[in-house]
Design a protein around this ligand. Structure first.
Ligand SMILES: Cc1ncc(COP(=O)(O)O)c(C=O)c1O
Length: 364
């Protein structure tokens, strides 16, 4: 099923690009995930031909047979990564090979063909190059969304024999509406996200569909994001709906839930652990209970908490809410360690701080 085959990309630029002045208007305040670029990349996979028909073409709706397997059994995976404008025509990506590898891990878990890393990276380079004018200046970036889904028209329950890989791009600003303000999170005791042996460690659409009711509960309770606890005991902190979580203790050490198979191995999480080690900080990847979170926040042992992920990079958590009551973390503002980690990471991503780790991949 996964015989390597590297397709040749054909380029068919759109003959109806968005006019430069209209684009400039859209990029003034892009928000998150609503402004799309002129092009997309598509690559087909069939059982007999492997990967083929790699195309860079006008962004357009996709025709699907109503029996396409994805519409019935949800065989779909995706990724999220960003391209940054370094100025002087230079563009850079942050650790895109990690996204390529996680995309492969997601494919394997969902019984889908693995896209070779080189093809994933080429698709990204092609789209970023052709749509470079869509990368906002300043704090913005180009959010890249690779995804793949089952297209075979067949209603039997088995892995599809046909797939479409698509890469689209969205010009983005801040992920949270409040910008840099600390977020308030809702701890759900009603819903869980993933259980052992399930799909929590991969990026499949179904995980997010299942998280929406919990996210709605968070919003109803005036929160920005939901915190999930483990499915077995409803006790251990796992992650947020779309971000990993870190706690900063009074001795300056960091605590983050371990990669036990039920949480997503975040690329930002990994970068933060590496940066912290480099700075001589202790990072403990260990289980941390919600009761502990409450008592550490009350006693002052917990100084800061933050969430991290590609979209928002680092978001300080100011307050936790739950049916058991609200807890303010320290004085509810962004703490110095969270701010320092964010500044360092964003600085590396934007080319303002030297990249000692080989994380930045330049295009052009
Ligand atoms: C459930 C979940 N956890 C964590 C993350 C953070 O991962 P990354 O840092 O690779 O963006 C994401 C975002 O992709 C996510 O959806």
């Amino acid at each position: 099923m996964n015989a390597p085959s590297n397709p040749i990309f054909s380029r068919r630029p759109t003959d109806r690009p968005v006019a430069p002045d209209v684009r400039a208007g859209l990029l003034q305040d892009p928000g998150f995930g609503k402004i799309f670029t002129d092009h997309m990349v598509t690559i087909r996979w069939t059982q007999d031909r492997g990967w083929h028909d790699a195309e860079v073409r006008a962004r357009a709706p996709i025709a699907l047979d109503p029996a396409a397997a994805v519409l019935h059994y949800g065989q779909e995976i995706f990724e999220g990564l960003k391209a940054y404008n370094f100025g002087n025509g230079s563009i850079a990506l942050f650790r895109p090979e990690q996204n390529a590898r996680r995309f492969q891990a997601s494919a394997a878990r969902m019984s889908m063909p693995e896209l070779p890393e080189t093809v994933f990276l080429q698709a990204v380079d092609e789209l970023v190059t052709i749509d470079a004018a869509w990368i906002p200046e300043g704090d913005g970036s180009l959010y890249l969304r690779p995804f793949m889904f089952a297209t075979e028209a067949f209603l039997g329950v088995r892995p599809s024999y046909e797939y479409l890989f698509v890469l689209i791009a969205s010009s983005v600003g801040s992920y949270f509406k409040g910008g840099e303000k600390p977020v308030t999170v809702w701890v759900t005791d009603r819903y869980t996200r993933a259980s052992e042996g399930g799909t929590g460690a991969v990026k499949c659409g179904g995980n997010y569909a299942a998280s929406l009711a919990a996210q709605a509960e968070a919003i109803e309770n005036g929160c920005d994001q939901v915190v999930f606890l483990d499915a077995a005991e409803h006790r251990w902190v796992e992650e947020l709906g779309g971000m990993n979580v870190f706690l900063v203790m009074d001795d300056g050490s960091l605590v983050t839930p371990p990669l036990s198979g039920t949480i997503l191995p975040g690329i930002t999480r990994d970068a933060i652990i590496t940066l912290a080690h480099k700075e001589g900080q202790t990072v403990r990847e260990e289980r941390y209970s919600m009761d502990q979170w409450r008592s550490d926040a009350r006693s002052g042992r917990l100084k800061e908490a933050f969430a991290c992920g590609t979209a928002a990079v680092v978001a300080s958590i100011g307050k936790i809410k739950s049916t058991a009551g609200d807890i303010l973390i320290a004085d509810g503002s962004t703490g110095p360690i969270t701010a320092a980690i964010k500044a360092k990471l964003v600085g590396i991503q934007r080319g303002e701080i030297a990249d000692e780790f080989g994380w930045v991949r330049r295009i052009g």
